[in-house]
Design a protein around this ligand. Structure first.
Ligand code: PBE
Length: 267
């Protein structure tokens, strides 16, 4: 029904992802700031969100999702961020590499590589798009690493080869992190490490590095998205700085929807 409010068209639902994701907390805050009192933020997963988005998009139906960039959905579909005049979602951010305390002493080569890991949104997108097109993440990462020797050699510069030392990287099944973690995992494997990629929720990912059961993760969205985790475990990890600059989170809708701002969601 064209005359129905946007809220009625989408059942007053915003399609979210896993509850531990920073974007869920941010979206809940946004709903308060914009007084979207009769709206529901639906919990699910990154994969369920993109599936719902694809389903709606194919039928040109309205849908509102929690979205972030970089992300392959922006190359697969015509989408837009809803404007956020109150700035509730914060500014552009960066993704940080977070290591457990003591990693530098225990595994200096891995620490060096993780510290030097830094790539662009375009590079990450290449890997993400391949995975979305059906390539297995490990294979997509390996192909990318092989095709980008020059950049990868900057990450491994000064790092000595090892012989089967064990490294465990934590990650959450967000498309961005599936791509980045598989890439850095492959680079460490090529250096001689016996690498385990451990898929967990966001809280356990930060807690795991703080407690030392995980060696590192490359998934720290800062300063805002993971601010709670950062503060909670402050002092119990080493922040190795940015591995990717210029990320964004927000509410995302198909271009064909006739709204532009989060303010338009209030009936
Ligand atoms: N994300 C992708 C995550 C960080 C990476 C934006 C979905 C989040 O915690 O919200």
């Amino acid at each position: 029904n064209e005359d129905a409010s946007v809220g009625d068209q989408v059942n007053h639902q915003i399609i979210g992802i896993d509850p531990g994701a920073g974007i869920m907390k941010a979206a809940a805050g946004v709903m308060e700031d914009y007084e979207l009192n009769d709206w529901t933020l639906v919990e699910g997963s990154g994969a369920a969100m993109t599936a719902a988005l694809k389903k709606a998009y194919d039928k040109e139906e309205p849908i509102i999702v929690t979205g972030w960039s970089p992300h392959w959905k922006f190359s697969a579909f015509d989408l837009k961020y809803l404007e956020d005049p109150k700035g509730s979602f914060g500014e552009e951010e960066n993704i940080h590499t977070i290591a457990r305390n003591g990693l530098a002493e225990d595994h200096p080569s891995a620490h060096k590589v993780l510290d030097q890991f830094n790539w662009s949104e375009d590079a990450m997108n290449e890997v993400m798009v391949k995975i979305t097109d059906g390539e297995n993440p490990e294979k997509a990462a390996a192909d990318w690493v092989e095709a980008n020797e020059d950049l990868v050699s900057e990450w491994t510069q000064g790092a000595e080869k090892v012989d089967g030392d064990k490294i465990t990287l934590g990650y959450v099944a967000w498309d961005t992190e599936i791509a980045s973690t598989n890439v850095i995992g492959k680079v460490l494997t090529d250096l001689g490490y016996d690498v385990t990629l451990s898929q967990v929720e966001a809280g356990p990912m930060w807690a795991g590095v703080a407690e030392g059961s995980l060696d590192a993760h490359v998934a720290g969205w800062l300063p805002l998205t993971h601010a709670d985790y950062y503060e909670k475990f402050d002092g119990q990890f080493e922040d190795l700085g940015e591995n990717l600059e210029g990320t964004k989170i927000g509410l995302v809708v198909p271009e064909y929807m006739d709204i532009d701002s989060i303010e338009d969601l209030k009936d």
